[in-house]
Design a protein around this ligand. Structure first.
Ligand SMILES: NC(=O)c1ccc[n+]([C@@H]2O[C@H](COP(=O)([O-])OP(=O)(O)OC[C@H]3O[C@@H](n4cnc5c(N)ncnc54)[C@H](O)[C@@H]3O)[C@@H](O)[C@H]2O)c1
Length: 349
């Protein structure tokens, strides 16, 4: 079985490569050009992860390719003819997108179109999984009635006691340019499913995290927060009293879900995929858990202005994904995930 994956040197890409190569014995074709280092500078460099894959996985082939290069993308997919395509390459930061609007849209929207059309021409029956984001909902989740607790915000409206579901509106709210380019990609992926009957799936991620993230201030909050703690550097909290809530999912559980989808693919599906309420935490709560593992106090400053369009409280309603794939569940708790991130940064240092 052959898997083609874009963004293979990134957090989700590399986890998927390991999972499918080691656990399932796939031949893996990874596409990445270390664009993360261009977006975020040396701190975002993912070459170390690419080298780890090339060293440790026997059936891994790296393709140095920019997904914006339409002709080369079409040529590669037609040559490999993969049994499964997973698309994780992206410009992933909403704040960064405003500084590089063309690069953001060309990567997230046009790059996704390139992948879809290449797949339609070469292997329309191969399942196609796309990493989308909860930012497709824009800042509309902030209109839900909230209650303020001691260390976090939570939903006061009982309609959201399980979190945000897939039928939540993506329309008429502020998305950031990143959210807008990801909406375009999300709709394209659904359309290739509905219009061409291809087995496509959008995974609208909450906070995807894990030990192999190259976290930076603008993307990968938990990885970056742990790094700041270990290096005794100041972490900047932007607004909402530090009580903003994110639901965190370990990249291994994302990879496990993707394998479940491949086992029983569906057409034009959309799932919210985060850690759900049980794996949610506020920034203040993340500080406490991290301090428990490192023994170091977290230094931070408070900036009294939230990031534009940032969610005050977001956790995924996991009922749809679990009902379609009852064999899948979250296996990595928030505490265990943070413990692994602490250990990984210590080793990389
Ligand atoms: N990490 C999160 O919290 C999160 C949350 C929601 C959604 N997502 C989505 O999940 C996906 C994966 O996220 P991640 O955290 O693994 O990101 P990441 O930045 O760790 O990995 C993405 C990889 O794609 C590569 N890449 C970027 N542009 C490229 C291009 N033009 N051509 C080839 N390669 C390119 C980068 O070099 C990087 O290695 C993205 O689509 C992201 O929007 C992530």
């Amino acid at each position: 079985m052959k898997l083609l994956i874009t963004g293979s040197s990134g957090l989700i890409g590399s986890e998927v490569c390991y999972y499918f190569a080691s656990e399932l014995g796939y031949e893996i074709h990874g596409v990445d050009n270390n664009q993360r280092a261009v977006f975020f500078g040396p701190q975002g460099d993912t070459r170390w992860n690419q080298q780890r894959l090339q060293k440790n996985l026997k059936r891994f082939v790296h393709h140095e390719l920019d997904i914006r290069d339409r002709q080369r993308v079409i040529a590669l997919v037609s040559k490999v003819k993969p049994d499964f395509i997973i698309h994780t390459a992206a410009q992933p930061s909403h704040d960064m997108a405003a500084a590089i609007p063309f690069d953001d849209f060309d990567t997230n929207a046009v790059g996704t179109l390139n992948m879809l059309e290449a797949a339609r021409r070469a292997c329309p029956e191969s399942p196609f999984v796309h990493m989308s984001t909860n930012k497709v909902y824009g800042d509309r989740p902030n209109t839900i009635a909230l209650k303020e607790l001691e260390t976090r915000w939570d939903y006061a409206d009982p309609n959201y006691e399980h979190g945000i579901a897939e039928d939540f509106s993506i329309d008429q709210s502020k998305h950031s340019l990143f959210g807008a380019s990801k909406v375009a990609a999300d709709i394209l992926v659904q359309e290739y499913g509905r219009y061409f009957n291809m087995p496509t799936c959008c995974l609208r991620g909450g906070c995807l995290t894990g030990p192999n993230h190259s976290g930076v201030e603008l993307h990968g909050f938990l990885s970056y927060l742990v790094k700041c703690n270990l290096e005794e550097r100041e972490y900047r909290v932007f607004g909402y009293k530090g009580k903003q809530v994110r639901d965190n999912i370990h990249s291994l559980d994302v990879a496990r879900f993707i394998a479940s989808f491949f086992g029983a693919p569906r057409v034009a599906e959309v799932y919210n995929l985060g850690g759900g309420e049980n794996n949610s935490c506020s920034i203040l709560e993340a500080f406490k858990i991290t301090e428990g593992f490192t023994g170091k106090a977290q230094h931070y400053t408070y900036v009294d202005e939230n990031r534009i369009g940032d969610h005050i409280c977001y956790y995924s309603d996991l009922r749809k994904i679990k009902s379609h794939y009852p064999g899948w569940d979250i296996t990595q708790s928030l505490e265990e995930t943070i413990r692994q991130i602490v250990e990984a940064w210590k080793q990389r240092a």
